[in-house]
Design a protein around this ligand. Structure first.
Ligand code: ATP
Length: 335
């Protein structure tokens, strides 16, 4: 399978700050790669370089067979991009926005109108087609923004944090739309700070931190890198955490992870069920009330923590994800 995106040694500095520090990335045609990393890791900078919006200080890149630095104009006609910097005009209707994109791509009035209707239909926006975008919900805007990126039918698509700031329902909805899209063969590079998003959408995940790819693989491969199961245990009082830590430390196969805000302790263990039985037995002799205890497979959160030594931190607008369990974990730990 040929590669749709190849980036080699990308470097981008802003004064003394190194946003990209020799980033390498390869995305085979027809696959989905997620760039996963916390705020400031360099995700947006990577996308901006690969979509010709930013010239790197060093390195090279090819997208859809076109050299990003030498032929930016040709490249722009072969890619679609959408995301954080949503390019929709608030005062135009959904239909007018898409029609305008078609005309920008010199598709002609008739074809632009047809394409706008097709996409509105595909993204379930037909009913809202003639309303100004300023009255759209967050999820509708994202769908329109995504539709805008598809007007010219690009073989390679870049989505920068497509669901940041959406409520859980709108997120699921957008995931469905993205999955349909990639089933049609589009190559997708997606950036996200959400483990569950990368897990759900991507064939391959590149974990990025401080402007470099620090690990790459499928979700399962990355999880395998951080070892076996986790005992996850919640106690009723934060004071009890030290007792639990002391009692169970010798069971751990790796670092214990304490989240005082959630009164939760996570213990990596080699032999899951055996260790769980042993842990409960040990705690029975202590004056500790266990609120909740269970065994779980390592999550991508664990991967990030193991690889970088720090949590994947949330942006302020992540607050809207309150109901999402994985994110609760991250926020609770940061408290
Ligand atoms: P986020 O999730 O916050 O968008 P990110 O992984 O996309 O994070 P980037 O936006 O690529 O991160 O930023 C990488 C680093 O470069 C950050 O430290 C950021 O502050 C810095 N940076 C980005 N753009 C500029 C700029 N125009 N001027 C100065 N510094 C910048």
């Amino acid at each position: 399978m040929p590669d749709a995106i190849v980036a080699e040694g990308l470097v981008k500095r802003y004064g003394r700050l190194v946003a990209l520090d020799g980033l390498d990335l390869t995305v085979p045609e027809g696959t989905v790669t997620a760039l996963l990393g916390p705020n400031g890791a360099g995700k947006t900078t990577t996308v901006r370089v690969l979509t010709t919006l930013l010239v790197p200080d060093a390195g090279q890149a090819t997208v859809a067979g076109v050299d990003v630095l030498r032929e930016p104009r040709i490249l722009r006609s072969r890619i679609g991009a959408s995301g954080q910097y949503a390019a929709v005009d608030e005062y135009l209707t959904g239909f007018e926005n898409l029609e305008m994109v078609g005309r920008l791509y010199h598709m002609g009035t008739k074809r632009s109108k047809e394409r706008a209707r097709e996409l509105l239909d595909r993204f379930r926006l037909t009913d809202a087609a003639d309303r100004p975008v300023k009255g759209y919900s967050g999820g509708m805007r994202r769908r329109l923004d995504l539709a805008g990126a598809l007007v010219a039918n690009p073989p390679v698509l870049f989505l920068d944090e497509p669901t940041t700031g959406l409520d859980p329902r709108a997120r699921l909805d957008l995931w469905d739309v993205i999955e349909e899209l990639v089933a049609g063969g589009t190559t997708l590079l997606l950036t996200t700070q959400y483990m569950d998003e990368a897990d759900r959408l991507a064939d391959s995940i590149a974990v990025i931190d401080h402007g470099r790819v620090i690990a790459e693989g499928t979700a399962d491969e990355l999880k395998a890198m951080v070892g076996g199961d986790r005992i996850e245990l919640t106690v009723d009082r934060v004071e009890a955490m030290a007792t639990v830590e002391a009692a169970l430390k010798s069971l751990a196969d790796g670092e214990l992870h304490l989240e005082p805000g959630l009164r939760r302790i996570t213990i990596p263990v080699a032999d899951g069920s055996q260790a769980l039985v042993e842990a409960i037995g040990r705690l029975a002799v202590h004056d500790v009330r266990i609120h909740d205890v269970g065994l779980r497979r390592p999550s991508l959160d664990d991967v990030f923590l193991t690889l970088t030594g720090h949590e994947a931190v949330l942006s302020a607008d992540g607050d809207e994800h309150e109901k999402n369990e994985e994110l609760e974990t991250v926020k609770g730990a940061a408290r």
